[in-house]
Design a protein around this ligand. Sequence first.
Ligand code: GTP
Length: 609
Amino acid sequence: FTPEKIRNFGIVAHVDHGKSTLADRLLELCGAVPPGQQQMLDKLQVERERGITVKAQTAALKYQGYLLNLIDTPGHVDFSAEVSRSLAVCDGILLLVAANQGVQAQTIANFWLAFEKNIQIIPVINKIDLPGADIKSVETQLKNLFEFNSEECLHISAKSGLNVEKVLDAIVERVPAPTANVEAPFRAMIFDSYFDHFRGAIAHIVVKEGSVQKGDKIRSYQNDKSYDVSEVGVMRPEMVKCTEVRAGQVGYLVCNMRTVKEAVVGETLFAAETPKESVQSFAEIKGVKATVYAGLFPVETADYESLKQAVERLCLNDPSVTVTPDASKALGLGWRIGFLGVLHMEVFGARLSQEYDASVILCQPSVEYRAKIKDNENIRKKRYDGMEEVRILDPSKFPEESDVDSFLEPMVKVRMIVPNEMMGTVNGLCSECRGERGEISSIDTSRLMILWRLPLAEVAVDFFERLKKLTSGYASFDYEPDGWQETRLVKLTILINGKEVSEFSQILPAAMARDRAKTLVQRLKREIPRQQFEVTIKACIGSSTKALSQIVIQPMKRDFSQLLKGNFGGGGMERLNKKLSHQKKGKERMKMVGNIQIPKEAFLNVLKN
Ligand code: GTP
């Protein structure tokens, strides 16, 4: 295929608007898969189970003499990094909107991502077969928000296949051919990479110049390494070997890259004989920063090594996570992992267990806070490496309050689309979450777009769940980072019979402390068994012993000495021994805090998200 006959396109949409279904239909129409197969592109088990797309996949389709490369993209807010990455390869996108739900928060976010990159956007209204489909009002929204004329919009049912060929025609007609020069020496960009247990790193590439074949010698620009190409091919959507991948095409390449770190996204690959000075490298695709951090530990401490390998491998496939080693007295060795958001974190946990058969504990997430250190050479030099501002990711590193000028917490700009009548409820929730209201505008006669600025810490916990519940699923939501804001931070500590248990310590805004204190104390009460004596659990702030929340666990009632006195008939001693040996076994699974036995599961259940 010459570049003029190639189209590189993606599909973007709000969650559930039908991307994967449309992709299946396109694949069928182009004969890439037999009819009736579902969700060909959603390969990960977690994607199939949750019906969401996490990892972007690609497929090469043949249609009327054209080669159409489909780049599938995820729809959820947390995965916008994957969306941006796919957009780097696309010359056009289908912006899919479900006719029964209309434009949603993520539709808007995706539109702007593509618009800013100057990518051709084709508006497609899907699900027109549904009784609740309201094509006219979706067209109005597309006009009001993005200035699309109704003539530009396609009307389809991805489910039944109605008008889906028109989508293919529109791609051929409206998406520009890639700029590519077949005659020049080989130059390509890595836009995704994947770790295969058998073959090592597999790089997904878009070839901009020349071509690449098995046996070619190539070099990488940033990492500056040389490789021998051992295989090239295209995704249909499964990997199909071919003799060469040429300029304008999207494909994959296997060479002797040992880690996916070498196949970093945005990396430039070029023919080994080209002098590096003359190579034009691609702009690095900026990695998105982690916003949510959580501890990750093996359920069984003995599984640490195998989990370590699983985490490393999974990270290779998911370059947006950051990993630092961590250790806890109760949970053993583990990691502190930075995620793009809460859903990202859940998906990571699910993939570890499904793809690597690992049982893990993911602790409750927290966000990164910062402290501005007082303008005092002495303090800064002595305790903070001379730094003006320090990051706080871990309660044990919480600075002395007297050293700090002010604390900062990360903020996000939240965009919600809600039915008019739910404005009050949604605004109530946001102001409860310490938000600051932004603009409210009508997107049509029945729905509003509401903007708020909220602390990420509030959004990270269960904001999405609460919003869904309060609006019976009618609200949609999306967020992006929006700077930092001064706040009062406190360290919440848990005292069990007066002794601090550091595993439970947390840093959080003072405004959230009371609620969190209550939850922690309640959970501990549920998890700690009665002891021979009274146990008091307190949640306090800093080194104060004044309780924000407190609970007492009454001592065990049964007195074993009664057993000896024969009150329970014969065999008292035997039964007592049995009971004691049972307890001893149990003790191995217990952790002692002072003289109090706490089952290991308690730590899991209390810290677990
Ligand atoms: P994410 O990957 O989570 O972003 O979802 P998606 O956009 O890929 O949506 P998906 O294709 O999984 O479709 C979501 C649901 O809508 C599925 O139950 C589909 O069967 C259904 N659906 C998709 N297209 C149509 C359509 O044209 N008509 C009807 N009635 N249902 C559709």
